[in-house]
Design a protein around this ligand. Structure first.
Ligand code: SF4
Ligand code: SF4
Length: 285
């Protein structure tokens, strides 16, 4: 079972929920945790794994041999991402725009293109003291393409009965890459107009993936009744509410899990998991 924890925007408490969910279920089942928020991975600050593997993630980028190239321009025509240009007699490659699709290499009639690896970030793997297999990816500063790293993190995960995925914020293609094969998606939101606006975007993404989903409301109590009414009208269950409290924010900033700050939430996360199992079984029949 793969459970993805997503949010339409950053700062809603997605990592707080995913790490405490993992900590609460660990022991009950063997578990892997993937931090796919590769532009700002921080779940390791809460679960504190001991990293034993660190390797670069590379993507293939075309390199044009000027001796073989006839400047026919075919590669420029097939590139959907404007990553190639022919300026006068010169061929230019813009690696930052390249999506490593390989079309130019296939299209070149002169075999003038070779794909060379370009490092865009790092993949790390380790174990927490309590035995959770932990993986994260980190995109290098200045690199624009998070999805290849997310794919590598997901490829590297060992088969465990339960995988918890901490998704990137937003509703972009990196989120789709993180959740596309999830069996269940937890959407973390806050009861504010901003939270509601971004949640609606995530609901649009979920329509495409078709995964069953439920909502966790963080900072419960800061919204007004209008937002509550809109949330209640959604065809998704509200799985959990986490109160808006200053002590939670202060202790999270020190790297404490929510279940360490409010130990009663360990049981609440276990019952949240029971709701997920029930919902996925229902949607499978
Ligand atoms: S398709 Fe090949 S030969 Fe034609 S411009 Fe591109 S690299 Fe040169
Ligand atoms: S690999 Fe794809 S995206 Fe990159 S330059 Fe070639 S055609 Fe363009």
């Amino acid at each position: 079972m793969k459970i993805a924890v997503a949010s339409g925007k950053g700062g809603t408490g997605k990592t707080m929920v995913s790490t405490s969910l993992a900590a609460s279920l660990n022991g009950q089942t063997s578990l892997s945790f993937l931090d796919c928020d590769v532009e700002a991975p921080n779940a390791h600050l809460f679960l504190k794994p001991n990293f034993t593997v660190e390797e670069p993630v590379s993507v293939p980028i075309p390199e044009i041999d000027p001796e073989r190239c006839t400047r026919c321009g075919r590669c420029v025509e097939v590139c959907e991402y404007n990553a190639l240009a022919k300026i006068g007699d010169r061929m230019l490659v813009f690696p930052q725009l390249c999506h490593s699709c390989g079309s130019c290499t296939l299209a070149c009639p002169e075999d003038a293109i070779t794909e060379v690896g370009k490092s865009i970030g790092t993949l790390r793997e380790g174990q927490t003291a309590s035995g959770i297999t932990f993986l994260n990816g980190e995109l290098s500063i200045g690199e624009p393409m998070p999805t290849p790293i997310i794919r590598e993190v997901k490829k590297a995960v060992p088969k465990t009965p339960l995988t918890v995925i901490d998704c990137p914020p937003g509703a972009s293609c990196s989120v789709v890459t993180a959740i596309y094969d999830a069996d269940y998606v937890i959407l973390v939101t806050e009861p504010t107009p901003f939270g509601w606006h971004d949640l609606k975007q995530m609901l649009g993404v979920l329509k495409e993936t078709g995964a069953p989903a439920g909502i966790v409301i963080n900072r419960d109590g800061i919204g007004d009744q209008a937002i509550e009414d809109q949330l209640a009208a959604l065809p998704l269950p509200i799985l959990m509410r986490i109160p808006f409290r200053e002590d939670i924010a202060a202790n999270l900033a020190r790297g404490d899990l929510l279940t360490e700050i409010l130990p009663e939430y360990r049981e609440a996360f276990q019952s949240l998991y029971d709701q997920i199992i029930e919902q996925t079984q229902r949607s499978a029949t």
